[in-house]
Write a protein of this length. Structure first.
Length: 320
């Protein structure tokens, strides 16, 4: 493959990491999410001499992801980006290295897509702002799960904790995070496809349940601004989505009971699951919770992966 000088920035290739994310954050279905330090995905991108976007290599996916540029979320999003800025004359080759599990509920497709968009935007001298990249990443989510939600891609691109106040028009707000807040994540290795999980959600809700949910979302956002971890914990309750989705997660309520007994501030489902997460006041408590829950799952003959992280404020980054 011939590598040529980038038409704008002058760099011919780049390697980018983009982080996993926790979406919904229990009570904030499709409107709240935050980034974590690990896991994440990596993309290597090269400017080539032939116009068009190609994917030459995918690793870590066990053959699950398509190499077709129109069907892969990374390349499809890059195609939308190049068309938008009128640079379809550019040739781009992509290597996608999956460093996080697919179908984990941790924004796997989002991390890949964001890494690709951040890479092409960096190669083209940051033509768009991070906020302006969000709609292109949402195109990738639409391809992945049928709906272009932003609660994974927005924190993956912007870093930190975000609120999607509105989708039409898109209005995204970065929220503050109390110092010392840690996240304990456990991914039970069971299959919960995002499309299927979304189809289980009720299309209509009772007004009394909606009122509870509104209050909890407002309380969570207030707790973040007020640096009030107790208020954050009281507010992270979901009466709309969790009762249905928890059915798909083995021993969900037992895991929640264990986490809370060990000092968790809150506990819930990450995205559509099966990953679960807990907020804690310190890193050691988060580590203990992940260890004990993993031991419990092992006793059920369920393999699992664990991660401990503060909220990632940086988002994607160039690593090579």
């Amino acid at each position: 493959m011939d590598i040529i000088k980038s038409p704008i920035k002058g760099a011919g290739s780049i390697k980018v990491f983009a982080p996993a994310t926790v979406a919904n954050v229990v009570c904030g279905f499709d409107v709240l999410g935050f980034a974590v330090n690990a896991p994440g995905d990596e993309v290597v991108m090269r400017i080539t001499g032939k116009p068009g976007v190609t994917i030459s290599k995918i690793t870590g996916d066990n053959g699950k992801l398509p190499l077709s540029a129109d069907k892969n979320t990374v390349s499809a999003s890059v195609q939308h980006y190049l068309k938008h800025i009128n640079r379809t004359d550019i040739g781009v080759d992509i290597e996608l290295h999956k460093k996080m599990p697919i179908g984990s509920g941790l924004g796997s497709s989002s991390a890949s897509t964001v890494a690709g968009l951040f890479a092409i935007n960096s190669l083209l001298d940051n033509y768009l702002t991070p906020m302006e990249l969000v709609p292109f990443a949402m195109k990738g989510e639409e391809l992945a799960c049928g709906y272009g939600h932003a609660d994974n891609v927005a924190p993956a691109i912007l870093g930190g904790f975000v609120l999607i106040r509105s989708y039409e028009p898109l209005d995204i707000i970065k929220l503050p995070v109390p110092e010392g807040l840690y996240c304990a994540i456990v991914f039970p290795d069971v299959d919960v496809p995002t499309r299927d999980a979304r189809q289980m959600i009720r299309s209509k809700v009772l007004l009394k349940d909606a009122v509870v949910q509104w209050g909890n979302v407002a309380g969570l956002v207030s707790g973040l601004f007020m640096n009030d971890i107790d208020l954050i914990g009281r507010s992270m309750k979901d009466v709309l989505v969790e009762p249905t989705r928890s059915i798909l997660i083995p021993d969900f309520y037992k895991m929640r009971e264990m986490a809370m007994e060990m000092g968790a501030v809150s506990f819930g489902i990450s995205g559509s699951g099966p990953s679960v997460f807990a907020f804690t006041r310190d890193e050691q408590t988060a580590a203990t919770i992940t260890q004990k829950i993993q031991q419990h799952l092992t006793g059920l003959n369920i393999a699992s992966y664990t991660y401990v992280s503060a909220v990632n404020q940086q988002g994607p980054k160039i690593i090579g």
